[in-house]
Design a protein around this ligand. Structure first.
Ligand code: AMP
Length: 249
């Protein structure tokens, strides 16, 4: 069985992003870019399924600028067998990405598609759900455990007050939550091996997909500055301030 894993190139999670002076977005020039952390978990999940014998081939896919090839090389260093880059310099919103992924799902016919639950740059949490809807496939979002056997995927999800277990008929779409696994470190020999693994490049037009934006960003603002805190002398002063200044008790 083939697994398709979607990996997005995003601003590294350690970078403190700055809003552009014209308020049109976040400044990503000269900042470190990395694989979206939930997508690393998705690749790791696919590799573990391959190691358990449930999966025979892992295909990593990324949509975006040419540098997404680096993200795909990382996915192949973790253990993906080959990669697909859908190259575009246009802004790709979740619906556009979901349509591109659907076009590749139709071509490759994977038994399972694994995505991150959300990209840490746009925090949309939409692409997996949209892909499942477009393909008419069962979906399990926010997976914290995943097993595959006998044509089914069993997914545990953390929900309020406990764990929900879902059984999905394959093919299916699964999105990963933080606790699904801890991705392995990429080793130098595997980085070298990844350089030789195959990568195909497509364009949205070549896949017959219209990636025009459906949403317009009106503005992006820094969060409001918090005013400095104060130290109070004793509990009585604290209670007095909470009651008479903050008026919260
Ligand atoms: P989002 O809906 O934008 O929060 O993204 C959810 C997940 O969809 C991500 O964790 C990725 O697995 C996948 N995804 C989103 N955008 C892209 C992209 N440009 N290329 C590849 N995968 C993507």
């Amino acid at each position: 069985m083939k697994v398709l894993v979607a990996v997005k190139r995003v601003v590294d999670y350690n970078v403190k992003v700055r809003v552009k002076s014209d308020g049109t977005g976040v400044d990503i020039s000269n900042v470190k870019m990395s694989m979206n952390p939930f997508d690393e978990i998705a690749v790791e999940a696919a590799v573990r399924l391959k190691e358990s014998g449930a999966v025979s081939e892992i295909i990593a896919i990324s949509c975006g600028v040419a540098q997404c090839a680096e993200t795909l090389r990382t996915a192949m260093a973790i253990g993906a067998d080959r990669a697909i880059l859908v190259e575009s310099t246009q802004e790709l919103q979740p619906l556009a990405v979901a349509k591109l992924l659907k076009a590749v799902v139709d071509k490759e016919q994977p038994g399972l598609v694994i995505l991150g639950k959300q990209a840490i740059d746009d925090d949309c949490n939409q692409t997996g759900q949209m892909l499942a809807a477009l393909c008419g496939l069962p979906q399990a979002t926010f997976a914290s455990a995943l097993t595959v056997a006998d044509g089914k995927a069993v997914v545990k999800r953390e929900v309020d007050g406990g764990l929900e277990t879902l059984s999905l008929d394959l093919p299916a779409v699964v999105t990963t939550d933080l606790r699904l696994n801890e991705p392995r470190y990429v080793t130098l020999p595997n980085i070298m091996k990844a350089k030789k693994k195959p990568m195909e490049t497509f364009t949205p037009a070549g896949l017959g997909v219209d990636v025009a934006s459906r949403l317009k960003t009106l503005g992006v603002k820094e969060p409001a500055q918090r005013s400095a805190g104060i130290k109070v002398a004793d509990v009585a002063t604290l209670v007095d301030k909470l009651r008479n200044e903050a008026k919260v008790i």
